[in-house]
Design a protein around this ligand. Structure first.
Ligand SMILES: Nc1ncnc2c1ncn2[C@@H]1O[C@H](COP(=O)(O)OP(=O)(O)OP(=O)(O)O)[C@@H](O)[C@H]1O
Length: 455
């Protein structure tokens, strides 16, 4: 039996859901707003712990992504998943970056809900999936080989770079949208490196609170701060002789960035509260889904650290640009889901394949994996048909405006480009004036002019 916190403002739906989950032996605390959820979670000594948080995306007093973000920054690591209507899927994708375990689309399919819940319970809280993903790795984890490279030109180039940089000791930045497989690429680099018999330690910087980040990375001495009840080894030391993978590195605070730079330059770290430097031999791989150059230009990320990390950069392409790979990945995920869920789906109907080819997969491989898992779970026959896809996905495909209108990033960028061009014309290409009017610094403006090929 699990202890669940359900935050959902649709009372009919939350009643249905809690009855259903109750029948499956779970205890459900229902709240209809963020304020109520905060009360239910308690604080300090009165903190109540839950096994899983189930959050509706839109709530009367805010959205659950911001809510989860603030919970994570307060150190709450309870496994969480978000329930959202199809139109919010992109937002849900960002939720995964901040440590939501998964998302499911509404209307919620009961079998799918139980599957996601089971997986969340198996993984436990995100201390087990994020940082401790590293702790489990401390003893030289052999990265799993359960991945495929793909055959498209862009994938071939990706793995050519991987093979090129692996044997060196260069720091690497892996850049790519959420769910494209950056961690997989990092593991491949480790596996092909001279350090492969050493540990591969992965840390999700997005789920580290500001207060705990330094201690997680560099360790601390007993009594260094309230709550430091004993000495703790940081992940840098845990990765000694191997590879340290920092996912979502852009989320590290400025102070930690300074310490990180020192660790990279001098190959020593100093645990919090200690005066004793510790020598470490670690190769660093960092992943990001934002452009660190822009963050550096904006002053959010230290430029010196950026250059130190950027000895080699690898771009992991979004799924929509991987062409023929889509089919290979579909087959791979169908086989995997058949095995996991004890199903026997041999193929996807032509209509399903059509939808898959037209869809632009904002959540990339992770989203494809999730959609296929659901499809396989709901398909009792050998051929999976449209009926097992979320209805909203099909509607979106039938809407001719959809492909052009759904890529939020593309829309944003095109607006940004238009605005920059307009302002530049207005000030007769005086870049200082333009930067002032656009409320960005000159460096960022130059960067964007280059990025958008503005003449
Ligand atoms: N080459 C691959 N072969 C098979 N599965 C893959 C491959 N790359 C990624 N995946 C699967 O896709 C999902 C996302 O991969 P991964 O976590 O590496 O992405 P990411 O880019 O690091 O995500 P995030 O930006 O959220 O940190 C995982 O379930 C992973 O197993």
């Amino acid at each position: 039996m699990a202890n669940l916190l359900l935050v959902e403002d649709d009372t009919t739906f939350s009643k249905l859901l809690s009855n259903f989950l109750g029948k499956h032996g779970h205890q459900v605390q229902v709240c209809s707003s963020i304020r109520e959820a905060r009360e239910a979670l308690g604080s300090g000594e009165k903190q109540v712990s839950y096994d899983v948080l189930m959050l509706d995306y839109r709530l009367p007093d805010g959205n659950s992504i911001d809510f989860l973000k603030s919970l994570r920054s307060e150190g709450n690591r309870t496994a969480a998943f978000i329930m959202t209507s199809f139109h919010d899927v992109r937002t849900a994708v960002t939720a995964m970056q901040i440590g939501a375990f998964d998302y499911i689309t509404k209307p919620v399919n009961p079998e799918e809900l139980l599957m996601v819940l089971r997986e969340a319970l198996n993984k436990g809280d995100v201390t087990v999936t994020a940082m401790p993903r590293s702790r489990a790795n401390v003893k030289s984890e052999k990265p799993t080989l359960d991945f495929i490279e793909g055959r498209s030109k862009i994938s071939k180039q990706l793995y050519e770079y991987v093979r090129l940089v692996s044997p060196t000791d260069m720091s690497v930045i892996i850049q790519g949208e959420s769910g494209t497989g950056k961690e997989h690429v990092a593991k491949s680099i480790h596996r092909l490196s001279k350090r492969s018999s050493g540990p591969f330690v992965a840390i999700d910087c997005g789920s580290l609170s500001k207060e705990l980040a330094a201690s997680e990375l560099f360790g601390h001495k007993k009594g260094a701060f309230t709550g430091a009840l004993q000495d703790k080894i940081g992940q840098f030391e845990a990765a000694d002789g191997g590879t340290l993978f920092l996912d979502e590195i852009g989320n590290l605070g400025y102070d930690v960035q300074i310490k990180l730079l020192r660790a990279l330059q001098e190959r020593i770290i100093v645990p919090i509260g200690s005066t004793q430097p510790v020598r470490v031999d670690v190769r660093l791989i960092a992943a990001t889904n934002e452009d660190l150059m822009t963050s550096a230009a904006k002053g959010d990320f230290r430029e010196d650290l950026y250059h130190r990390l950027n000895e080699f950069k690898i771009e992991v392409p979004p799924l929509r640009k991987r062409g023929e790979d889509l089919e290979i990945f579909i087959q791979y995920f169908v086989d995997k889901a058949n095995q996991e869920l004890e199903r026997n789906v041999r193929e996807l109907s032509r209509e399903v394949m059509d939808v898959f080819r037209k869809y632009d997969w904002p959540g990339n491989l992770r989203e494809l994996n999730n959609v296929i898992k659901r499809l396989v779970l709901l398909s009792k026959e050998e051929v999976a048909t449209l009926s097992a896809l979320p209805a909203e996905m099909i509607t979106a495909m039938e809407d001719p405006q959809k492909p052009a209108g759904s890529d939020l990033k593309a829309i944003q960028e095109s607006h940004e480009k238009e605005m920059i061009e307009k302002v530049l014309q207005e000030v007769r290409y005086n870049k200082s004036k333009a930067a002032k009017l656009l409320n960005i610094d000159r460096k960022t403006l130059y960067y964007k002019i280059e990025k958008y090929h503005i003449e």
